[in-house]
Design a protein around this ligand. Structure first.
Ligand SMILES: [Zn+2]
Length: 371
């Protein structure tokens, strides 16, 4: 195992942040996996899973059981880790400008699709090598103005040529779920079965370039732009939501790390025969069908259903209790599906998303990760 420290660009004299990168296996040899924890810095269960992965990967490496390369970033956002405001950790948004740390990750799709114009052939492996080379070049050419840009670019540089990118997050109060690219539904389902996720949300573009899509979509865009040449989707990237913010339990972390290692075995990164795939606990559904349960007024939130609950169309998900009138306003689901996440607060304000249901009745458009 090699440890690398990447000093991030500084915008403040005397203040530096750095990224720690743990590398396992042999660099440039075999399939590559990049795993990062807590790009939203207050999603700490992901960092506990990274520690469990570190133990396993260290042991596998020592035993010569790594056939590929694994890059592990155990805390992906030191800038967000440092953000404390009035006693609360604020790790999701950059306090400078309110921008979500997992949005506006540089999207090099168009650059790379243009760069390979006229250079693709009929050999899929050669096309993959060419696209990878141009991906590295495009990310290498990105310019940095601020530490947050640098953070996103440095992480992207570690991930852009990987075969597998696992971006480990959690939701506020949630059951295991994951996000992926629609044409990679099968790999999402495979990882989902190993982890035991209860929702898999798919889109070809969710909006505002989250990290996983910045890694996986360039392949999709190149494929669409050059239909006459074989270009496989050579990077599988997914956002793995490891339950809720408060779900730091060693047994969860051990279970999740085992599932992720088993997924790497199936990808040829780890040696050994994969175990039979467990039965899936859900089928993938479109992210466009994810129903936000939105408060219409302010009040006290009382949930009727816990994360993981099956919801029937028309069923009451939560009440919002008006503290002026005493009226109880039930919020009903439009879709049948799985209630996969709830907000952490119990005070609603108008327009606030209180819960999310993985359903199939809706066909939302636009930016799909917001309410
Ligand atoms: Zn997150």
């Amino acid at each position: 195992m090699n440890t690398e420290t990447i000093e991030l660009a500084s915008a403040t004299p005397g203040l530096r942040h750095s990224l720690r990168v743990l590398r396992y296996g042999q660099r440039g040899c075999g399939p590559k996996a990049m795993i990062q924890a807590a790009l939203h810095a207050d999603e700490v269960p992901a960092m506990l899973v990274a520690q469990a992965l570190r133990e396993r990967l260290g042991a596998l490496d020592t035993a010569g059981q790594l056939l590929g390369e694994v890059v592990l970033v155990p805390y992906a956002n030191p800038l967000g880790l440092a953000q404390q405001l009035l006693g609360q950790h604020q790790g999701r948004f950059d306090l400078r400008d309110g921008v979500n740390f997992n949005r506006h990750v540089p999207d090099v799709s168009a650059t790379v699709a243009a760069a390979v114009q006229g250079r693709l052939g009929n050999d899929a492996a050669a096309n993959v090598a060419l696209v990878r080379e141009e991906l590295r070049r495009a990310v290498g050419a990105l310019s940095v103005r601020h530490p947050v840009d640098d953070l996103k670019i440095q992480l992207l540089r570690l991930a852009i040529d990987a075969d597998t990118v696992l971006d480990l997050h959690c939701d506020a109060d949630a059951t295991l779920h994951l996000y992926g690219l629609t044409p990679q539904a099968d790999l999402c389902a495979e990882l989902g079965a190993l982890l035991g996720v209860e929702a898999i949300l798919l889109a070809t573009e969710s909006g505002d370039s989250p990290f996983d899509e910045a890694c996986s979509r360039p392949w999709f865009v190149v494929q669409q732009a050059h239909p006459g040449h074989p270009v496989p989707l050579a990077c599988f990237a997914t956002t793995v939501e490891l339950r809720g913010e408060a779900d730091t339990r060693h047994e969860f972390a051990q279970h999740d790390a085992d599932a992720l290692i088993e997924f790497l075995r199936r990808r040829g990164v780890v040696a050994g025969t994969p175990a039979p795939l467990p039965a899936a606990r859900c089928a993938p559904t479109p992210l466009a069908g994810s129903e936000p349960v939105v408060a219409q007024r302010s009040g006290v939130v009382v949930f009727h259903l816990a994360p993981g609950a099956q919801v029937a169309a028309g069923e009451v998900v939560a009440d919002v209790v008006d503290v002026d009138s005493g009226e109880v306003h039930p919020l009903r689901a439009v879709s049948a599906g799985v209630l996969y996440a709830r907000c952490a607060t119990r005070w609603a304000t108008p327009g606030m998303r209180l819960a999310k249901i993985a359903g199939t009745a809706l066909a939302r458009t636009g930016k799909l990760l917001g309410p």
